[in-house]
Design a protein around this ligand. Structure first.
Ligand SMILES: Nc1nc2c(ncn2[C@@H]2O[C@H](COP(=O)(O)OP(=O)(O)OP(=O)(O)O)[C@@H](O)[C@H]2O)c(=O)[nH]1
Ligand SMILES: [Mg+2]
Length: 316
């Protein structure tokens, strides 16, 4: 279910003034604590995933096509070692097609098995089973040579929060069994799903909760993850985040802003632009002041839901 942000609910830090310094002349994009989100359940999942890796033949990693680099977990290569890895650039419908193609090309050149897909509609997933067959050919061969040709193939589905892991499994399993929703941290335990058979060999997928890593050192990447909704909104200053997104949009997507929010001027301080968006939408507080927190939530929801059109945050 889609959340309706409320005052006093989703992050109020920006409005009570405790969490951010408000520079003279209004809020800007300069001040905010570093973005971090590594709650206890992620630390636990990280441990469990490492333990389960010995049980699987390979890994399916989901990344967000809008930020294929920032949405990669840097710890993953260490854990997976030599195991086959299939990379899904998901949410293709929300990213710019030419940019996604360029990313796929670059990642393939590095030796990865890459698919571009939309797990909401299933677009691109017709290539998944053939890719598994190709990526796991050595495993299939090894099992056969050991006299176990029908040994089930097991893949662990991994990725940072909200990249569409559970949606992917639901699409492939052709049934809605894994809980999926438009917020990070929905899946809370490791669960096996059966996918039927490839050439008579059963295929099983392990759904895992989205994990980040203990310290988001690259704060520019962390901001992109926050824009995408992979960091829980409640731990951030929503207005600050919206201002950062506006600053990015001001650099190449002013047409989208003008169109979506019927603005004539899209320049200037992002906070003033945010206020203009709120004002244009009639988002007012009881005293008549513009409700910039509501405007911030609306902008972030619009971006995440593709209402501003397809936008890629980083280029290959
Ligand atoms: N537009 C679009 N939305 C998608 C796509 N794939 C998944 N979603 C949506 O993204 C949101 C997150 O999907 P989930 O499947 O719950 O993601 P997850 O990776 O399992 O998330 P966690 O369990 O929280 O880590 C849901 O609202 C999905 O409907 C896609 O290809 N395009
Ligand atoms: Mg999930």
């Amino acid at each position: 279910m889609k959340r309706k942000p409320e005052r006093g609910g989703r992050n109020t830090a920006a409005t009570d003034g405790r969490n951010t310094a408000i520079p003279e002349g209004g809020r800007n994009t300069a001040a905010a604590p570093p973005l971090q989100w590594f709650p206890g359940h992620m630390a636990k999942t990280r441990r469990l995933m490492q333990e389960h890796l010995s049980l699987v033949d390979g890994v399916v990693e989901l990344r967000d096509a809008r930020a294929p680099e920032s949405s990669a977990n840097p710890e993953l290569p260490k854990w997976t070692g030599e195991k086959p890895r299939i990379l899904l650039l998901n949410k293709r419908d929300l990213a710019e097609a030419d940019a996604t193609r360029a990313w796929a090309q670059r990642l393939r050149a590095q030796g990865a098995h890459v698919l571009i897909c939309d797990c909401k509609t299933g677009k691109g997933l017709q290539d998944f089973l053939p890719t598994v067959k190709k990526a796991l050919a050595p495993v299939i061969e090894k099992n056969a040579s050991k006299g176990m040709p029908g040994k089930p193939l097991r893949l662990m589905v991994v990725g940072i929060p909200n990249t569409g892991k559970s949606s992917f499994i639901n699409r492939m399993a052709k049934q809605s069994k894994a809980a999926a929703a438009d917020r990070p941290g929905v899946t809370r335990r490791l669960t096996w799903f059966s996918l039927g058979k490839i050439n008579g060999i059963p295929l099983e997928l392990l759904d895992t909760p989205g994990v980040l890593w203990p310290k988001l050192e690259d704060q520019a990447a962390a901001q992109r993850l926050a824009f995408l909704g992979s960091i829980r909104d409640e731990v951030m200053d929503t207005e600050h985040l919206a201002c950062l997104l506006l600053r990015f949009l001001q650099e190449g997507y002013t047409d989208r802003l003008r169109e979506r929010y019927t603005l004539t001027d899209t320049g200037g301080e992002p906070y003033n632009l945010l206020a203009a968006i709120g004002k244009g939408r009639g988002m007012l507080l009881p005293g008549g002041e513009t409700d910039t927190l509501r405007a911030a939530n609306a902008l972030l929801d619009d971006f995440r839901g593709g209402k501003l059109g397809s936008i890629t945050l980083e280029r290959a």
